[in-house]
Write a protein that binds this ligand. Structure first.
Ligand code: FES
Ligand code: FES
Length: 157
C-alpha cells in the first residue's frame, strides 16, 4: 500500500510517521520511534509481549495496523517511569524480582497498569484474569502476581 503520513500520540507526544498504514503498530513503535520496550514475541496475538495501552486499554500491538491507532493515545512502558523514578509497578517488579529473562515483563506491566487504573484493589483472581493474555516462558507467574499486589498496595498507601 502507498505510504501515508499518520499522526501518532505516544507517551503524550505527537509524532508524524510516514509509513505503510498496514504496518503493525509494534513495528512503528520500535523501528520508527525507537521505543524498544514493547517486544515482538509471537507476532500473532498469542503472547502479549507487545502489549501497550491505547486510550487506557491493554492492546497487543503486533497484529493490528498502525492506521487503527492514528490520533489515539498510546502509552508504552517508556511512558511509565524512569530508572531514577520508576512507576510503582516497575518498582514492585524489581522488589519481587519478578523477571527471569525479562522478555515478557514490559507487556505484563502494561496489562497490569490497565487493570490497576480501573481496579486499584484487585483480587488475586482479578489479577490472573487481567494477565491471561500475557505468557511468561520462564514461569515467574507467582512473583509476577505478587508484584502486581505489591504495586496496588503501594499505590493505595
Ligand atoms: S508479539 Fe504480540 S501477542 Fe505475541
Ligand atoms: S521472565 Fe522470561 S519470559 Fe517472562
Amino acid at each position: 500500500m502507498t505510504d501515508q503520513t499518520l499522526t501518532l500520540v505516544v507517551n503524550g507526544s505527537a509524532h508524524a510517521v510516514k509509513c505503510d498504514p498496514e504496518t503493525p503498530l509494534l513495528y512503528i513503535l520500535r523501528n520508527d520511534l525507537s521505543l524498544k520496550g514493547a517486544r515482538y514475541g509471537c507476532g500473532q496475538g498469542q503472547c502479549g509481549a507487545c502489549t501497550v495501552l491505547v486510550d487506557g486499554k491493554a492492546v497487543q500491538s503486533c497484529n493490528a495496523p498502525v492506521s487503527d491507532f492514528a490520533g489515539k493515545s498510546i502509552t508504552t512502558i517508556e511512558g511509565l517511569g524512569t530508572a531514577e523514578v520508576p512507576h510503582p509497578l516497575q518498582q514492585a517488579f524489581i522488589d519481587e524480582q519478578a523477571a527471569q529473562c525479562g522478555y515478557c515483563v514490559t507487556g505484563i506491566v502494561m496489562s497490569a497498569k490497565a487493570l490497576l487504573d480501573v481496579n486499584p484493589k484487585p483480587t488475586r483472581a482479578e489479577i490472573t484474569a487481567a494477565l491471561r493474555d500475557n505468557l511468561c516462558r520462564c514461569g515467574t507467574h507467582a512473583r509476577i502476581i505478587r508484584a502486581v499486589e505489591r504495586a496496588a498496595a503501594a499505590m493505595a498507601a
